[in-house]
Design a protein around this ligand. Structure first.
Ligand code: IPM
Ligand code: MG
Length: 358
């Protein structure tokens, strides 16, 4: 049956990189028998400008009805003055929440060709392959109450609430244990259980869930230590599981181990394997529209879509091999460019990957 993909380019470089991903999907349909149809819709700042809201009903309906969602990025300086509740980011957060995409998989894999593009020493990052499992629909991102209030002394006070229920912790824990089981059977749960009750509960639940996975070794680490260990000795990690906010921060950190944040794809999954696929980087307004963005994170997100939602593991591997091949051929966007390599724009990189598919 034809699978439907909702395509939401969003803002900034989202537009250019998603265009490359659409080219890739069209090629997979034309030449490799992938049975899909695509429909585009507005999200984020682009949607605010056109309709007044970052997540128009039409976009949400399309995303709900689609089998998978491909998203670029949202946000930009022109919308920063808006109230938090009306900003482009709310479009993305609304999609995650409304579609119940609680499991965010962020693989940090170093392509050997890029060992010298990392700011860390090649021996520290060579062979790196970490899977960060970030809870995506809870935590301080969504906790109530939240806001800015005025105190009796007329000073203002900002507040947010970090909150996790046992069932929320358990379901992301099970996703992470299942993934660890298929890898090297090592799971590191990251929390701040020495200070925050919410994550003390997190640790307790993770420990309880681990009883069902005797073949997986569970360790716990405080988030500050985890941030340090990620740059000191990142290869000690196989799978990491953590909450929404810590996962946001640690996944950006982990991306730099791989050479560039422009290399990291992600999948955000619900309980049934439906997913939204997006690069982990943002809209990069400073380089938008200049054809210099790295589309690889988005093309690799298409590979994740093929694997996790469309059940096309072979095509997924084909896309990943094509990415590896263009890196072998020396193509580099500005963010991963090193001496002697072939400078490519987003379009040239996309074309090279498509050519390498065949
Ligand atoms: C990410 C981004 C988002 C987040 C923003 C754009 C809302 O940083 O996907 O990591 O904080 O989750
Ligand atoms: Mg982030």
């Amino acid at each position: 049956m034809t699978k439907k993909i909702a395509v939401l380019p969003g803002d900034g470089i989202g537009v250019e990189i998603v265009a490359e991903a659409v080219k890739l999907l069209e090629c997979l349909r034309r030449d490799f028998g992938l049975d899909i149809e695509m429909e585009q819709a507005l999200v984020g700042g682009a949607a605010i400008d056109a309709t007044g809201t970052p997540l128009p009903d039409k976009t949400l309906a399309l995303a709900k009805q689609a089998d998978a969602v491909l998203l670029g990025a949202v946000g930009g300086p022109q919308w920063e003055a808006l109230d938090i509740a009306a900003r482009p980011e709310k479009g993305l957060l609304g999609l995650r929440k409304e579609l119940n995409l609680f499991a965010n998989l962020r693989p940090a894999v170093l392509y050997p060709q890029l060992a010298s593009a990392s700011t860390l020493k090649p021996e520290v990052v060579a062979g790196l392959d970490i899977m960060i499992v970030r809870e995506l629909t809870g935590d301080i991102y969504f906790g109530q109450p939240r806001g800015v209030r005025t105190l009796p002394n007329s000073e203002r006070e900002g507040f947010n609430t970090m909150v996790y229920s046992e069932s929320e912790i358990e379901r992301i824990g099970r996703v992470a244990f299942d993934i660890a089981r298929k890898r090297n059977k090592k799971l590191c749960s990251v929390d701040k259980a020495n200070v925050l009750e919410c994550t003390e509960l997190w640790r307790e639940v993770m420990t309880r869930v681990s009883k069902d996975y005797p073949d997986v070794t569970l360790t716990h680490m405080y988030v500050d230590n985890a941030a340090m260990q990620l740059v000191r000795a990142p290869k000690q990690f196989d799978v990491m599981v953590t909450g929404n906010m810590f996962g946001d921060i640690l996944s950006d950190e982990a991306s730099m181990l791989t050479g560039s944040i422009g290399m990291l794809p992600s999948a955000s999954l619900d309980a049934n394997g439906k997913g939204m696929y997006e690069p982990i980087h943002g809209s990069a307004p400073d380089i938008a529209g200049k054809n210099v963005a790295n589309p690889l994170a988005t093309l690799l997100s298409v590979a994740m879509m093929l694997r996790y939602t469309l059940q096309q593991a072979e095509l997924a591997a084909r896309v990943e091999r094509a990415v590896s091949r263009v890196l072998d051929q020396g193509y580099r966007t500005a963010d991963i460019h090193t001496e002697g390599m072939r400078k490519a724009g987003a379009k040239e990189m996309g074309d090279a990957v498509i050519a390498a598919l065949h």
